[in-house]
Write a protein that binds this ligand. Sequence first.
Ligand SMILES: *[C@@H]1O[C@H](CO)[C@@H](O)[C@H](O)[C@H]1NC(C)=O
Ligand SMILES: *[C@@H]1O[C@H](CO)[C@@H](O)[C@H](O)[C@H]1NC(C)=O
Ligand SMILES: *[C@@H]1O[C@H](CO)[C@@H](O)[C@H](O)[C@H]1NC(C)=O
Length: 352
Amino acid sequence: MAPSFSQIPRSSRRRYFFVFFGIVAMSTIFFVRFRHDQNKTEYVLGRDVLLPQKTISMSTIQGSEPMSLEQEQAKRMAVFKDYCRRHQPNTVKPVANETISRFIVNDKYKILYCFVPKTGTTTTKHVFYNLEHGTNTTTLFLGSKHLKFLSEYTDNEILRRLETYIKFIVVRDPLERLASSWKNKFMDIRGAMRYWFIEHYQSMLETIGDNEPGEKITYQDVNWKHIPFLAFIRAIARNQTRWMNPHWQPVYQLCSPCQVNWDYIAHTETLVEDFHLFFKKAGIVGRENIIPKMEERVGSRFYLEGFMKIPLEEIQRIGELYQSDYDMFGYSFQEDLDNLMKHVIKEKLHDN
Ligand SMILES: *[C@@H]1O[C@H](CO)[C@@H](O)[C@H](O)[C@H]1NC(C)=O
Ligand SMILES: *[C@@H]1O[C@H](CO)[C@@H](O)[C@H](O)[C@H]1NC(C)=O
Ligand SMILES: *[C@@H]1O[C@H](CO)[C@@H](O)[C@H](O)[C@H]1NC(C)=O
């Protein structure tokens, strides 16, 4: 088996001594900065996910600091457009039918929102529901009877909306999204729907062999084996149709990104601030009260915890499969690897 991040080979210890020392120094700086930043890291509670929120101070939003969210948004759009120009030049392909059924329609403010699971969708759906209905709810379970999907309209109505409405999407760092999907669908088991995932994807256990004892999960009279994070990641890394699901499929497979002329690309990591800026840009006035506030301050570093136990070659494979998402939405796989490395070193320092 390939070495995982947490297994630094003993034999090369001497050779790496100085490198290690350098990294320790760097990570100490990082750690101190992280401790400092922690005061500014807030979490907001969605129905089933804790969304980390990088708080951006008001002065940042007003543009007096180097990179305001406004500039950040301009950069995201430029990166995205550049990606599509390079990868899909002169495409006149129509928006896929599958994508059309993922767009939530807000006719009152003329907005289309392409719904990507595990990006803070509960929060986002509530914002659009509240906008459409003039309400202020955060607790309604929003199913298809509460929301209008673009696929419910006639072909002409669909075309007109795609051409004239404001198009909004929320994306998230791919590794963080995968960790969040696994945690939510395979670990935080509440209700029958969660058991559906465990039952439906039992075959993911094939990827880790039979030597794993496998903790049993009992639901009513049935036993299923718990699906470890490693099995989940390996299954995704194998890129097989039977293990695909919108909760972890790349955004480029869900929202035909290059076929849509987006007006705003939000990141889960800055969702609250993105909503404030989006409202401003979309001319939505006097409804800021429905934008969620930062509520809890719960540290959810699960993605680092989870991925540090995954063999590097599997992580690299995930990086390849989600490369488009990384590149078109302004995330960096290398940065994710660096963060993992720093986390591993921090843990090692902590252990010694
Ligand atoms: C997409 O849906 C339209 C009807 O809305 C249909 O005419 C068309 O054939 C569908 N395309 C595909 C590829 O299924
Ligand atoms: C929305 O809810 C908040 C807190 O529950 C309340 O302070 C505010 O007045 C409400 N706004 C509307 C428009 O109902
Ligand atoms: C994943 O599988 C699809 C076919 O389902 C293929 O088109 C694609 O190239 C594969 N991706 C990688 C990175 O191997």
